[in-house]
Design a protein around this ligand. Structure first.
Ligand SMILES: Nc1ncnc2c1ncn2[C@@H]1O[C@H](COP(=O)(O)OP(=O)(O)O)[C@@H](O)[C@H]1O
Ligand SMILES: [Mg+2]
Length: 143
């Protein structure tokens, strides 16, 4: 982490599903940064990789899904190097998914605790390079 106020940093994340002879590239080269007291929304059509991006961050992608590359840092924690036990401890304390009903046109939110202990639903400041599933997910952010 190169900035004190950076809570989450995802760099060049790749996640795919290996089913039989097929490989579905769900997330391709996704980078984003979440800073304290900022909110980000990942926006994209169905199947563009929003959920798999979130689940990759939380360490909840199970085989035949695999994170093929990239780095995920939550404060001082290199999430890709964390054990299952460490990730379990971080989920629900430092990061979480909150499911929303489909009729509200929001499939979910995930968020992090701020330095001040406040809960923010989905903070972020920066999002680049989404080619998730080739459909071009995008992000809208506000401070
Ligand atoms: N368990 C899975 N097995 C195979 N492919 C999957 C699986 N989960 C998601 N995918 C694929 O990953 C891509 C991204 O899905 P997803 O992240 O759920 O999209 P979104 O949340 O943006 O609607 C889609 O092409 C989807 O079919
Ligand atoms: Mg989804």
């Amino acid at each position: 982490m190169n900035n004190e106020s950076t809570l989450l940093k995802v760099s060049h994340l790749y996640t795919s599903f290996h089913t039989g002879s097929q490989q579905v590239k769900a997330v391709e080269d996704v980078s984003l940064e979440v800073r304290s007291r900022q909110i980000v929304a990942l926006v994209g059509e169905s199947g563009s990789g929003k959920s798999v991006t979130a689940m990759s961050i939380l360490g909840l992608v199970d085989p035949p899904g695999f994170i093929d590359g990239g780095e995920i840092w939550l404060r001082g924690n290199n999430l890709r190097e964390c054990s299952t036990r460490q990730l379990r401890k971080l989920r629900g304390t430092e990061m979480a998914v909150i499911s929303r009903p489909h009729e509200r046109a929001e499939s979910g939110a995930f968020g992090w605790k701020t330095d001040h202990g406040d809960d923010y639903p989905a903070p972020a400041s920066h999002w680049t390079g989404s080619k998730a599933a080739g459909h071009g997910a995008d992000a809208a952010s506000r401070p």
